[in-house]
Design a protein around this ligand. Structure first.
Ligand code: FES
Length: 91
């Protein structure tokens, strides 16, 4: 499935995000500014989210901010998350 995908925030709003677009930037564009925005480069850990449902791929993320175990549990840095399907996320 090629985007744009619908990203829903648990208990919050929703926005659309293209397949090659970072969830964090799409969220900012959509005006959902209830997430912290820092380096936008996978290093500071401020934009941490948990993907509850859906498929995604990630770019390089600091393992100091997201451990392997956390990653398996769905935690990710929104500035490094690219949706592959519609997503349900927790912020
Ligand atoms: S904004 Fe710094 S890790 Fe995402």
């Amino acid at each position: 499935m090629i985007g744009p995908h619908r990203i829903q925030i648990v208990g919050g709003g929703e926005f659309s995000c293209g397949e090659g677009e970072r969830v964090l930037l799409a969220m900012e564009r959509g005006g959902s500014s209830d997430i912290g925005v820092g380096c936008r480069g996978g290093g500071c850990g401020i934009c941490r989210i948990r993907v509850v449902d859906g498929d995604y791929r990630t770019g390089k993320m600091s393992t100091a901010k997201i451990s392997e175990t956390e990653r398996e549990a769905g935690f990710a840095l929104a500035c490094r998350v690219f949706p592959v399907s519609d997503l349900l996320i927790e912020i």
